[in-house]
Design a protein around this ligand. Structure first.
Ligand code: GLP
Length: 226
């Protein structure tokens, strides 16, 4: 039977699965958004087909969270619905940046991030580090740009329900991860990925800071950026 999943989703699911199998007590930072959805569905399908991964010793850290969103619009709800509920990831190992005082301290106390998976916004944001975010940033709250609010408004019942604020891990939080996967899907992301990875390192394009990291895997469906 042919698979309904695209190559990108299959590859991302494979890399996450490899991480969990090779290091069963890994600390993972995982994204929300449309891009990783297919990969999460692959993992869920595999679990339902009896090929469950063992998440019992894994810790998962959400990258970001809206402030004052309806529960069903929250990233916590997204991760619970799309992935966590289908795994044996303990409830106490599901971490969200808006409900922990010292998120970076918690991550460090558990041994640091082994793998961080990132999407990218059309303005170059990673997690919710919007243009202008400095390299020396840790988990913090931010104002969302209009560009980002607009890009995400389809996921809300109406445009005025898109929150104006969010909490996000910082650039230093991300760069401290041992391995980073940047995943981007669709021609609409090509220009910003090229700018981030081939242009100068600048706070105006937060994803460009990834060039400072020695182990970044880039997955796209529009070109090879390795
Ligand atoms: C959102 C999230 C990011 C995500 C990005 C891309 O605003 N905060 O973590 O990676 O934008 O989202 P999408 O995959 O839906 O294009």
């Amino acid at each position: 039977m042919s698979t309904p999943y695209d190559e990108l989703s299959l590859k991302l699911a494979e890399l996450v699965a490899e991480q969990i199998k090779s290091q069963p007590a890994s600390n993972l930072a995982l994204p929300t958004g449309r891009t990783p959805l297919g990969a999460y569905q692959v993992l869920v399908r595999q679990a339902q087909a009896g090929q469950s991964l063992d998440w019992s010793k894994i810790n998962c850290f959400a990258l970001d969270e809206y402030v004052d969103s309806h529960e069903k619009d929250s990233y916590k709800y997204f991760l619970e619905q799309q992935l966590f509920q289908y795994t044996n990831l303990p409830k106490t190992s599901r971490h969200f940046p808006d409900s922990v005082d010292d998120y970076d301290g918690l991550i460090a106390s558990l041994g640091g991030l082994d793998l961080t998976v990132l999407g990218i916004g059309k303005n170059g944001h990673i997690a919710f580090n919007e243009p202008g975010t400095e390299l020396d940033s840790y988990t913090h709250s931010i104002w969302l740009t209009e560009c980002t609010r607009k890009a995400n408004q389809d996921l809300f019942a109406s445009a005025d329900q898109v929150p104006t604020r969010a909490v996000t891990v910082g650039i230093r939080t991300i760069l401290a991860s041992r391995h980073i996967i940047l995943v981007a899907s669709g021609e609409g992301k090509r220009a910003i990925v090229e700018k981030a990875l081939h242009g100068p390192v600048t706070p105006q394009v937060p994803a460009s800071f990834l060039k400072l990291h020695p182990h970044v895997t880039v997955l796209t469906d529009f070109g090879d950026f390795s």
